[in-house]
Design a protein around this ligand. Structure first.
Ligand code: GDG
Length: 442
């Protein structure tokens, strides 16, 4: 065992380490912290409790040593080779579990070799955690890629207190029962002392599969609000899009669960019926590249890009495209400018555990400007019930809510809705989410 042996009282284990690995001209690698909401929430706990983080650094086949961040958290990289990446990550995690847990929007692939990889990689994570966690320590496992870790860890280290939080939905038993390895997944999850889900309905779906000793509860995740509060120059941002009267915005990973195509079709129908004016309206869609080698994602991308081309071809004019599509990852500062400048944010997932984009938009409108069109099938709809709620499976429903949001813009009602939602997100932020989970766990 190395110097890090059993060093940590508190360990987070997630598929990804919160770093971006870079390679310089000489080929040597370095890791730069990439802070997200989860890091912001857990940093105080990690710093206070000799924290460790076990995860995959995001590069394939590379062995990296453990290293410490500025706040004293130690990161412990887990290696994935090419076969692990294809079978555990792209395969079982994202082509089996992801579509199954999102209510079969796409058909899950059941492949025994992928399952073996899932077991093998989960065991590697569990072993690493067992090596670095102190006697009677607390371990918090994150998400669907690591559902076997609690059970494996319980066997290796019965002294530990183990929590598992599921960031994506947990499906009803009638769907979950399709999974050929359902018993193994359940017993893995039941190794946790506390099982957290986004929503009470997901917790109920889990409970309906049979008794377990674990506590099972809902903890709706949220965001670190602070970065979204500082005002930006919204006039300058709107200027870049030609000063439209109405600026609509979508921001998503390019994923079939997010309903990007459905929202474009709704926008097209509004243009077609002359309810929205193409000259004075711009729809900005940021679609961040994601899981690009998977067939379902390629199909989704083609369908989205075809729709963008068709809509611009039909309704744009020389020098003005009505849809501005970006298949790129933006800097967070750019994203915040877009959030603050947009009149209507359109968030239409067919199914989503929570959807942080909706909360980020609301956090960006401390002045109560703007409007949110939100799918009823996003977990966030339970907390942001003042949004213009729509059924994303019904293009007319999306269209009529977008139109309502545009027409209400600037009204007292619109301001009151945004004000209520902004207060909700400020009160129930990600720091509070982490505190509540950890309080319940210990
Ligand atoms: C899973 C669950 C659940 C997006 N594009 C860019 C960018 N983003 C950031 C957003 C937001 C995050 O990515 C996306 O979070 P979501 O919650 O919307 O969706 P998933 O990635 O599917 O997350 C989801 C979440 O886990 C947490 O539990 O809410 O239901 O599916 O923070 O801002 N960030 C930057 N550039 C981009 O282009 N910098």
């Amino acid at each position: 065992m190395n110097a890090a042996a059993k060093a940590h009282d508190f360990v987070v284990v997630a598929n990804r380490l919160p770093v971006d690995v870079e390679r310089d001209a000489e080929g040597s690698i370095s890791a730069r912290p990439s802070p997200g909401g989860l890091v912001a929430a857990l940093q105080p706990v990690l710093a206070r409790r000799r924290g460790g983080w076990v995860g995959w650094p995001g590069t394939v086949g590379e062995t990296l040593p453990s290293f410490s961040t500025e706040d004293g958290t130690t990161l412990h990289p887990v290696v994935l080779d090419e076969a692990d990446f294809e079978e555990f990550y792209e395969g079982f995690s994202n082509a089996t579990l992801w579509p199954l847990y999102h209510d079969l929007i796409m058909r899950p692939i059941y492949n025994a070799q992928w399952w073996q990889a899932y077991e093998r990689v989960n065991r590697r994570f569990a072993q690493r955690v067992a090596e670095v966690t102190a006697e009677d320590g607390v371990v918090w496992v994150q998400d669907y890629q690591l559902q076997l870790v609690p059970g494996m860890l319980r066997e290796l280290r019965p002294d530990l207190t183990i929590g598992l939080f599921m960031h994506i939905p947990f499906p009803p038993p009638s769907l979950f029962r399709q999974l050929p390895w359902r018993e193994q997944i359940l017993s893995g999850m039941r190794g946790a002392d506390l099982l957290g889900f986004q929503l009470e309905s997901c917790a109920a779906n889990f409970r309906a599969l049979g008794a377990s000793k674990s506590k099972v509860r809902a903890f709706p995740i949220s965001i670190d609000v602070e970065p979204f509060l500082a005002p930006t120059d919204t006039a300058a941002t709107r200027e870049k899009f030609g000063n439209p009267r109405t600026l609509l915005l979508g921001v998503d990973r390019l994923d079939y669960t997010k309903g990007i195509l459905q929202r474009l079709e709704a926008f097209e129908s509004l243009l077609e019926r002359g309810l929205v004016d193409a000259e004075s309206t711009v729809f900005v869609q940021v679609a961040t590249p994601s899981r690009e080698r998977l067939e379902h994602y390629r199909q989704t991308r083609s369908a989205v890009e075809e729709a963008v081309g068709r809509i611009n071809g039909r309704f744009g004019s020389i020098g003005h495209s009505v849809v501005r599509y970006h298949h790129q990852s933006l800097r967070k500062s750019e994203l915040i400018k877009l959030y603050q400048a947009a009149d209507v944010m359109v968030v239409t997932p067919l199914k989503d555990g929570m959807n942080l984009v909706a909360k980020e938009y609301v956090a960006s409108h401390a002045d109560a400007s703007g409007a949110l069109v939100l799918s009823e099938f996003a977990g966030a709809a339970e907390q942001l019930n003042q949004a213009y709620l729509c059924n994303p499976h019904d293009v007319d429903s999306i269209a009529s809510k977008v139109l309502e949001a545009i027409q209400h813009a600037g009204s007292a009602e619109a301001r009151s809705r945004m004000h209520t939602m902004h207060q909700q997100v400020r009160t129930f932020d990600v720091q509070r989410w982490a505190e509540q989970f950890l309080k319940e766990l210990q």
